[in-house]
Design a protein around this ligand. Structure first.
Ligand code: DC
Length: 223
């Protein structure tokens, strides 16, 4: 792919800041691919949990992750996640996965393995919106647009509740957001934007407004 055609939009932020809906919306609007890097950590967590791996033994988790064949669908309208030939798109959204995913995400060799896979996916696409916690800083800091999306905890909790549509009680959602912020921030730093990363506070914005803002921030492309 010619260098001038490349367009990578990297979006990081905490759980519930609206990254996924925004990233997918921007990708659909502009005809770009979409990569949910959090789903890759969730997939490894699922592989370990269903494989009977003891989540306190790093070596066992690393071995399972290295042996898992992960395929990420890049269609923003229907991003499928497949591990070892099994479609786990729905399974990785279960609250039990969210509760254990940080145990997997803090293991450095697993981060390195997934980071390599993310880089090949992004390079292979060339025109993609990728979202996560360290896409702007570690995975693809050379992205044409780098954004840190934040929102007040109350707004994030309300959004996650709406997303789960009552599948988890209020207390469970609150503790999962608060807990995961604490665990995630021990692994990657994303509370403040790194140099060259633009901050977008979505607390008082609707999805359509956020998508408009992101699209407006994309630097002019040479054709
Ligand atoms: O965005 P999410 O809730 O699906 O992310 C799942 C977990 O993966 C979350 O606990 C943080 C971790 N993660 C990460 O460490 N680095 C990324 N680039 C993306 C997600």
């Amino acid at each position: 792919m010619a260098q001038t055609d490349e367009l990578v939009i990297a979006i990081d932020g905490p759980s519930g800041a609206g990254k996924s809906s925004t990233a997918r919306g921007v990708a659909v609007r502009l005809g770009l691919d979409y990569l949910d890097t959090g789903a890759m950590y969730r997939a490894m967590s699922w592989a370990c949990m269903t494989g009977g791996v003891d989540m306190t033994i790093e070596g066992a988790m690393i071995e399972r992750a290295r042996g898992a064949e992960l395929r990420m669908g890049l269609d923003p309208a229907d991003p499928r996640v497949v591990v070892d030939g099994r479609d786990i798109t729905a399974a990785i959204r279960e609250p039990v996965i969210a509760e254990h995913v940080s145990s997997v995400a803090r293991v450095i060799p697993i981060r390195e393995l997934l980071t390599d896979q993310m880089r090949s996916i992004i390079a292979g696409s060339g025109r993609i919106v990728a979202e996560g916690r360290d896409v702007t800083t570690v995975v693809w800091p050379q992205a044409q647009l780098r954004l840190l999306m934040v929102a007040d905890p109350a707004a994030r909790i309300a959004r996650r509740e709406a997303e789960l549509a009552g599948a988890a009680g209020h207390e469970r959602v609150v503790s999962s957001i608060v807990d995961r912020d604490r665990k995630d921030s021990a692994v990657s730093r994303f509370e403040a934007p790194a140099e060259g990363v633009r901050l977008l506070d979505t607390t008082h914005l609707g999805l359509g407004e956020v998508i408009d803002e992101v699209v407006a921030m994309i630097p002019e492309q040479r054709s």
